[in-house]
Unconditional design. Sequence first.
Length: 204
Amino acid sequence: MTNRISPYDAWQRLLEGNERFVTGDSKHPNQNASRRSELVHAQNPFAVIFGCADSRLAAEIIFDVGLGDVFVVRTAGHVIDDAVLGSLEYAVSVLHVPLIVVLGHDNCGAVTAAKEAVETAEVPHGHIRDLVERITPSVLSALREHKTDINDMVVEHAKQTVRRLLDSSRTIYDAVDNYSAAVVGVAYRLDEGRAQLVSTSGVL
């Protein structure tokens, strides 16, 4: 089973679902017993959501989709590691998903931690340090452009993550290069519930 829709159509479907969520008209599709039965032996998601692990950023809810619709990968600050890359490559090469969405959000705790580490030169202990170190280049990139607001840094981090996915994965790069997939960066507003496109790689 393969996807037949374009990256553009996949993005439009997410946008329509997000608009329903924003306006309070969510349909909660594909969440019943019959849908569950349909998916026992196969899945055919139309998009990948690679988002922050923040509890306020549940992809299926904010895009008003259901079981089998989106392939979701989440880490704090949507930080990339080998497991993330393997998961995304599986979605693109095996499931033939046409769209990868990098989903960041305002007031992100992980980006805030990286910003504070840069400002104070004090790095957190344990594995949180690894998260902060991976986000720090995005913070520094924003500061070079004189952007000091945390939400400007969130947008920059989403853009940088899109670039890193393409730089780190030949599979994803080739899918974008041959027009079978696109990668977009999105910034989510917690108060409005709206997902805003901030970066695009590939034909959308």
